[in-house]
Design a protein around this ligand. Sequence first.
Ligand SMILES: Nc1nc2c(c(=O)[nH]1)N[C@H]1C(S)=C(S)[C@@H](COP(=O)(O)OP(=O)(O)OC[C@H]3O[C@@H](n4cnc5c(=O)[nH]c(N)nc54)[C@H](O)[C@@H]3O)O[C@H]1N2
Ligand SMILES: Nc1nc2c(c(=O)[nH]1)N[C@H]1C(S)=C(S)[C@@H](COP(=O)(O)OP(=O)(O)OC[C@H]3O[C@@H](n4cnc5c(=O)[nH]c(N)nc54)[C@H](O)[C@@H]3O)O[C@H]1N2
Ligand code: SF4
Ligand SMILES: [Mo]
Length: 799
Amino acid sequence: MVDCSPTRRSFVKGAGSLAAVAAAAGAVTSAGAFGRGDALASDASPSERVVWSRCNVNCGGGCWFQYHVVDGKIAYMESDNTGSADFQGRACLRGRAMRKWINHPDRLMYPMKRVGKRGEGKFERISWDEAIDSIASALKRVIDTYGNEAIYVNYGTGMYSVTGRTSNRLMNVLGGSLRSMFDYSAHMAEAAMPFMYGVSLNGSSMTECLKNSDLLVMFGNSPAETRMGGGNIVWDFTRAREALKERGGKIVSIDPRLNESVSGHSDEWIPIRPGTDAALCSAIAHEWIVEGKVDKEFLDTYCVGFDEDTMPESARGMNRSYRDYIMGTGYDRVEKTPEWAAPITQVPADAIRRLAADIAAAKAPFITQGWGSQRHSNGEDTCRAICMLPLLIGKWGLPGTNSGEREGMPGALVKTIPNGENPVKASIPVYQWVNAVDHGKDMTALNAGVKGVDRLPSDIKFVWNYAGNCLTNQHGDVNYTHDVLVDESKCEFIVVYDTVLTDSAKYADILLPDAMRAEQLNMHTQGYSEWYLGVGLGGPAQEVPGECRSSYDVCADIAERFGKREEFTEGRTQEEWIRFLYEQGAQADGNMPTYDEMLKMGVYKRPLPPKVAFAEFRADPVANPLKTPSGKVEIYSEQLASIADTWDLGADERIFPIPVFQPGHHGYGAVTDEFPLYCCGFHHKSRTHSSFGFIEELEKVARQQLWINPIDAEPRGISTGDMLAVSSPAGEVRIEAKVTPRVVPGTVAFPQGAWHKADMSGDRVDHGACVNTLTQYRPTPLAKGNGTHSMIVQVERVR
Ligand SMILES: Nc1nc2c(c(=O)[nH]1)N[C@H]1C(S)=C(S)[C@@H](COP(=O)(O)OP(=O)(O)OC[C@H]3O[C@@H](n4cnc5c(=O)[nH]c(N)nc54)[C@H](O)[C@@H]3O)O[C@H]1N2
Ligand SMILES: Nc1nc2c(c(=O)[nH]1)N[C@H]1C(S)=C(S)[C@@H](COP(=O)(O)OP(=O)(O)OC[C@H]3O[C@@H](n4cnc5c(=O)[nH]c(N)nc54)[C@H](O)[C@@H]3O)O[C@H]1N2
Ligand code: SF4
Ligand SMILES: [Mo]
């Protein structure tokens, strides 16, 4: 029923030319766009209704769903089958399990209030009126006592939909809330890259690699695991693999794991000790400098600080250039040879030289990093160090190349409901929220990365947590966070608004049940695939169960308690907002169908051309300067030099103006007799973080297991399937073993997102194997971010 269509996606041979693909696609309709009109004959019987929706979790896929509704109930679901085989945003196994989630017996059905101690997870059903009164009076009390700076909307990514996230809009109508910067995904890259590039997250599209590259080098990037689904980059990546092969090129994956993007293919895996990519990149730089492969003209024209010739005035004659660091004439005075890097990275010196030669020989190397390599305690250095590679050889801003950042993500045809203006100026790095609950008033611009004010005027006293599990499960160090949250004198009120009783939900004072996307009219844009732009519109497919309510309506009710309903809604219902946002997008675009046509089509897609990052700057650096102070790429950043001089840093924390290798907290060299193994997290295919983590069928497909190399498993008497006790300085979990040569020796790998399951008033041993039972809460030096992939552990067999 789902995948048996005769025109299911097939690989187009010789697909080097996206233009050809797009042209062929354009033949489907005159506009080159696809919608319901192009759908394959569906199996729907006349009594069935087909309702479009989209996967709302945060994996970036944005895959489309078609719910088949019989007698008012979703009978089964199908994914996207409209238009050319190339443009079908088909859902992965998780998305196809959405029906199980919607109809799950564990769905939250009624508003509830806490009856036990905070964190115990004991609740009692209340009415919506009581819930809203209670939230409104807590908000009033906190605002009157501490100011709007004491209100915080916690990070939460479970909801992608144009009207799904209304939390900030509500708080802004009520006078604002403490702001946050960056996110849990790319925290270190987002904080560090603007110093170098003037922006962050500016990568070429994977479709550009497909079109013009002859070598794809991926640092900690696994599209087959973290960009799953037809609406995602794994599709672009799969096509790129084909095109590269036809051009005689290849894919190199640098990862502590032989990840699923390269396993089963003849591509190259370079196993690396986690957190040491900057050492590898430094050694490649050394090799290129001594071999004369560096493009000095490019570096002199476009960059600042490669060598003395382009150092800014403030740092001249001090041996502070990147070249001085690499050649051992500045900073630590150590020459960064491949022999120096080999014991650090576990990559042999000759393999480093070979990689250096391969990259230099490629006409258009596409060098990209995922965010796994930057989610470390030294992530700010790592992401910049990787970006040095294309810069050093001048293969940057040109066809088939990339900036060294993660491949780009397309824009959107429609906007989300606006947040409005936040009158509060104070802002914290997002990962600092637990510190801001615990001791916000001690946090300053210099010791905590606070912006907008010199010092936070208040601790956080009210947390609103919508569609997120970052109170505990997805935040660093669950045990520590638990201790902070259970102290009601610190955070006085917590609202959690979700669909199931997550670990975070247990900390709610008021727990609200959301209506799922399938249960309301829903509009959404395409995901990260760069093949097309798209919009989907449809619903509801099924009635809302119990007393679940949409966040839009609930936020409007809360605003009403403050006499601000009208300000919140601007006179529109959610449905009217969706129409308004669509028509606004369609007007700006000029090519989209009308709203009424869209309602019939369900999904609209059209091809998207590839993109080369920084192409304009490369073409004319004077007319198109970067947003850095010098207008150029700042390999040496005076701003970072000044931060390094003025910030209050820990004794073992350092910030450098150039990209260097430093091990970082719990990085290289940190293992001890008690914790002799490095442990590295990764995003797992059976879940999106913790989302879907309670669907048993998915857990059976891809189990929560600790990857351990036979070299580390044998002396511990560990075989696949054994139950293990894994402990770190922060806590202990129980998890099944997967003994495999697919992980670098000395490091174990741990899928993030499993549901925390521990007796928190007892031994706190986590039988659910949530990685954040093991991570420490230690914000990184510059970003103050979640370097949570840096861990040290001991692994023992439980007998
Ligand atoms: N299936 C699935 N897909 C997802 C998600 C999910 O939870 N599940 N989450 C989504 C979200 S929100 C995000 S932000 C992205 C996350 O995307 P990423 O941050 O890129 O994902 P990770 O799995 O953390 O890391 C990617 C790879 O980096 C490797 N790695 C870890 N440390 C290092 C290192 O120090 N050096 C190198 N070279 N490699 C390293 C890991 O083994 C992994 O294979 O994925 C998105 N997609
Ligand atoms: N150690 C470690 N920690 C990590 C990471 C890591 O790699 N290692 N990755 C980090 C990253 S990149 C991210 S983005 C964060 C993600 O952290 P979160 O944003 O917390 O992501 P999820 O765990 O998917 O939680 C989403 C929540 O939304 C809920 N939800 C889904 N649909 C709906 C809905 O319709 N309505 C409502 N109200 N709720 C809904 C789900 O039930 C779930 O509780 O985790 C971070 N945490
Ligand atoms: S790939 Fe991501 S967005 Fe697509 S169906 Fe799977 S979980 Fe949902
Ligand atoms: Mo993320």
